[in-house]
Design a protein around this ligand. Sequence first.
Ligand SMILES: *[C@@H]1O[C@H](CO)[C@@H](O)[C@H](O)[C@H]1NC(C)=O
Ligand SMILES: *[C@@H]1O[C@H](CO)[C@@H](O)[C@H](O)[C@H]1NC(C)=O
Ligand SMILES: *[C@@H]1O[C@H](CO)[C@@H](O)[C@H](O)[C@H]1NC(C)=O
Ligand SMILES: *[C@@H]1O[C@H](CO)[C@@H](O)[C@H](O)[C@H]1NC(C)=O
Length: 418
Amino acid sequence: MAAKTQPSSSSLLLMSLLLLLVSLIFPSSVLSATLRSDIQALESIIRSIDPSSISPSSYLSTWDFSEDPCEGSGTFLGVMCSFPLENTTSRVTEIDLDDDGYDGFLSDEVGNLTELTVLSLNKNRFRGPIPETVFQLKKLTKLSLSENFFTGDITPGITWLKELKTIDLSKNSIAGEIPPRISSLRSLTHLILSNNHLDGRIPPLNGLWKLQALELGNNHLSGTLPKLPPSLRTLSLCYNSLAGRISPLHRLKHLVSLDVSQNRFSGTIGHQILTFPEISHINVSFNQFISIEVVQVTGIESRLRILDAEGNQLQGHLPLNLPTYGNLKDINLRSNKFSGDIPRIYGKRLENNSWRSLYLENNYLTGLLPEEFLRLSKQVRGSLSNNCLHCPKNVPICKGVQKAKSHCTNAMREKGLE
Ligand SMILES: *[C@@H]1O[C@H](CO)[C@@H](O)[C@H](O)[C@H]1NC(C)=O
Ligand SMILES: *[C@@H]1O[C@H](CO)[C@@H](O)[C@H](O)[C@H]1NC(C)=O
Ligand SMILES: *[C@@H]1O[C@H](CO)[C@@H](O)[C@H](O)[C@H]1NC(C)=O
Ligand SMILES: *[C@@H]1O[C@H](CO)[C@@H](O)[C@H](O)[C@H]1NC(C)=O
């Protein structure tokens, strides 16, 4: 009887040998699935955040270190782990936090999470410089820290992160220059640095041959346009102090959306730009352009929907070929120096209901309106005020005053004398 309940010493030995063997094959199994220093890094990250900014429904409130971060499913929200086959130690591979208003600093120990591929902390209240240790995260493909209060410069260390596809540091208080060597990050597809305090020139970025989106708007960038990669689909440079010609853009044949508004660009808006096969939005407003080349696009399916060229020095007649852009909906040529009549063909566009808005106010236009404007101007938003047009008061688009005729003839005459 006793022999059945009491294991013999030899079977005890066998069992402990088996256990030893198991623990040799699967070291530190069950007890801790996650690499110790990864757990410590996560602890340090949460310690650097003001606890009163962590709401009960937030991701961070689920980080309970009495459990293993990578064990079980969904215990640590915002954390993803790897489960390496040859190694029972899990590693943290992604941190993708919610926007809960976490208030604090990003701990230096984030640099210990060396398997991290994604670090995304958007829309919180992180402040201070981006820790230099972030640049030890060699496997990072996405660094997304937008809408926080990060300060300091973008240090050259960022160029160590060769796997990066996305950098989004928009809407912070980051200053200094864009490091020129950023163009060595050959995997980059998205470089989003808008709404910061960046200054200096934009370095040549044509080495970034996979770059699809470049957003540098709302900074203090100056100088002329650098070389840019032809792979770009979205380019936004608005609200800077950039100057010179925009001809370097003529090579960007894949552009879908272009915004160079609120700069000091001058010269001509070339026909290349308006006829890019996929271009849909063009915003060149508030610069010093003097002409826009609108070539006929009959036969080609133009995707251009929005053309905003407000607040330039565009002169001469309104572009006759604009109605050939079959998908054009919104046109803003307000506050330029256009003169002469409104082309009759613009009336045809109103007739078949294809233009949604047409802003031509504050130019030097003269003469009668195309007759369709009188009949159909209810269905188009826009304004023709502050020209020298014969614009009947009962026509909605004629709301507002016109200049005295002499204003427009004088303007024409001055132009003639130039
Ligand atoms: C395997 O675990 C060791 C520590 O136990 C760690 O240093 C190493 O990075 C892990 N390997 C992988 C591929 O995660
Ligand atoms: C973690 O990071 C800190 C700060 O960067 C460093 O001092 C420490 O040695 C690291 N610990 C491990 C285990 O790598
Ligand atoms: C073009 O840019 C100006 C200035 O940045 C902005 O106010 C305007 O809304 C933009 N136009 C369109 C159509 O988005
Ligand atoms: C609208 O009018 C333009 C110009 O007359 C014409 O080329 C186009 O085919 C018309 N579109 C439709 C949908 O009727």
